[in-house]
Write a protein that binds this ligand. Structure first.
Ligand SMILES: C[S@@+](CC[C@H](N)C(=O)[O-])C[C@H]1O[C@@H](n2cnc3c(N)ncnc32)[C@H](O)[C@@H]1O
Length: 501
């Protein structure tokens, strides 16, 4: 079958096709009393139903409770699915499991194009996929929908097709606007990044579409539970209500030692901030934290990024040959002024000497050296020429703009701040403690592993370090639930705790 992206039906497009085990469908049904609401007359709609297992879960739950099939209002169950084979399988499952023809109630459309109609309850598991990773033609088609549903946090990223927003955010907003009655309730299995992450998902947390507001009212966070096999994304089950103002804190349940433990979830300060999760008595303490006052030049930064060319820019061995030249990996002579020690995890423990060295062919003003300047350093020129093809082959919109300007030896994340006399650096990735440390400015931070605040003097660095050592900062970071992940203490998280003067 052909992929029919334009018509939005009969397509074999596969986007986020991970199905919810019936057991977990029943979990949602039981936790939120959905079965009884349905028996009392509510209509239930799964906007992206896959093989219809969430709807089946309601019937299976009823049968287990001793309710007969003919006593259940099965024709109050509605489902929609974009992929034709899954839609057919949903019909087939209902036929083989319950001997019911659901064709009057199941549709085969892109939910973004299905004619609006209203239901009492939405029960769903939308596709989870980064906008960036969607098939290019589908990406183009749905770009305008992100605007319609007020999901254009960074419009430029979206237009360039590199937004990190999850399509789940769009499907949830569209479903609530177009398919949920006033004051209706929606229950979605969804990536927790919609509630917990910085960046692209702040635009989900305006909790509004063009025509309605809505709000999360309770969350079951599956961070310690496996619902979907082999899925690295952190996910949970969120209860939303339509036509209410978002009000925090909300109950937030986390599975610990085989029990659901109740926490509270609330954004700190403004509503679109990532939700912080905390035991009830912690909240005041977090709110009492006063932002650190810093100058603009102290803006936190991520480490430098070679865009996949570490083997060209990084070296393991370094020997100074004379004041101006060094020998790298026992085979490459380069001018010392472009070679810097690169921080590794060991430098945050006991190791004081560099283990890795990085070539930064840049001027101190933070710009890549020019062609003319390169000619003044024949050894550097020979070395870079050797790798020209690899360096020119690097992918990504930002690095490509340097390639187009002819500076194919550029990297990302390099600016004048890399050459500040001092840096306060911390491990930003995969940790659960926040332990910033002062390094002299020639040390460099590595990609997302480390982040840093550039400082103009040792005194300035010491003063800022003291403020960063306030234990409330680590507590706030822990409340974002990102310990051990790539989002532990990235610059965006730390910037929230700073006011720039
Ligand atoms: C994560 S699966 C969940 C399916 C089902 N709700 C469940 O829980 O088992 C998401 C489903 O959405 C479908 N899908 C993706 N984009 C869609 C769209 N724009 N409109 C309708 N269905 C879509 C996928 O084909 C997939 O079957």
């Amino acid at each position: 079958m052909n992929t029919d992206i334009q018509s939005g039906k009969n397509t074999d497009l596969k986007i986020g096709d991970i199905f919810t085990p019936i057991l977990w469908g029943r979990f949602a049904v039981e936790k939120f009393n959905i079965f009884h609401k349905w028996m009392d007359g509510a209509t239930i709609f799964d906007p992206t139903m896959g093989q219809g297992d969430l709807l089946s879960a309601l019937i299976i739950h009823g049968l287990d409770q001793g309710v007969k099939l003919k006593e259940m209002p099965i024709l109050n169950l509605f489902g929609n699915e974009m992929n034709y084979s899954y839609y057919k399988q949903a019909l087939q499952h209902f036929h083989s499991r319950f001997n019911i023809d659901m064709s009057p109630n199941f549709t085969n459309r892109d939910i973004l194009e299905l004619n609006p109609r209203k239901h009492d309850i939405l029960l769903g598991n939308p596709p989870w996929q980064n906008f960036n990773d969607l098939p290019p033609a589908y990406k183009e088609k749905i770009k305008p929908a992100f605007e319609e549903f007020k999901l254009t946090g960074n419009k430029k990223d979206l237009l360039l097709g590199r937004s990190r927003i999850d399509i789940a955010a769009l499907i949830i907003k569209a479903s609530i606007q177009n398919f949920l009655k006033q004051k209706g309730e929606a229950f979605f299995f969804m990536p927790m990044s919609l509630l917990l992450n910085d960046g692209a998902h702040e635009s989900f947390r305006n909790y509004t579409t063009n025509t309605t507001n809505f709000a999360p009212v309770e969350v079951f966070d599956f961070s310690n539970v496996t619902v979907f096999e082999n899925i690295a994304t952190r996910y949970g089950l969120t209860h939303f209500k339509r036509n209410i103002e978002a009000k925090f804190p909300i109950p937030w349940h986390i599975r610990e030692n085989d029990q659901w433990v109740k926490y509270k979830g609330a954004p700190l300060r403004n509503i679109t901030a990532p939700v912080s999760v905390f035991p009830e008595n912690k909240k005041n303490k977090l709110n009492e934290f006063r932002n650190i006052q810093l100058k603009k030049h102290n803006t936190p930064r991520q480490g430098l990024n070679t865009c996949g060319a570490n083997k060209i820019f990084f070296f393991k061995e370094h020997r100074q040959l004379d004041t101006e030249t060094c020998l790298l990996d026992n085979n490459t002579k380069l001018p010392s002024q472009f070679i810097h020690p690169l921080l590794t995890a060991k430098n945050f423990r006991n190791q004081t000497n560099p283990e890795v060295w990085v070539l930064i062919p840049y001027n101190r003003d933070g710009r890549p050296i020019s062609e003319g300047e390169l000619s003044q350093f024949p050894e550097l020129k020979t070395y870079l020429n050797k790798w020209e093809q690899e360096l020119k082959g690097r992918k990504g919109t930002l690095i490509r703009s340097w390639l187009k300007k002819g500076r194919w030896w550029a990297m990302l994340g390099v600016g004048p701040y890399n050459f500040a006399p001092y840096k306060i650096v911390w491990e930003a990735y995969g940790r659960k403690t926040f332990a910033p440390k002062i390094f002299e400015g020639y040390w460099q931070a590595n990609q997302a592993l480390q982040a840093f605040i550039p400082c103009n003097s040792k005194q300035e660095a010491a003063k800022i370090l003291k403020q960063l050592q306030n234990p409330a900062i680590e507590e706030i970071l822990l409340s974002y639930q990102m310990e051990g992940t790539m989002n532990w203490a990235q610059p965006g998280k730390i910037k929230r705790l700073i006011d720039f003067t």
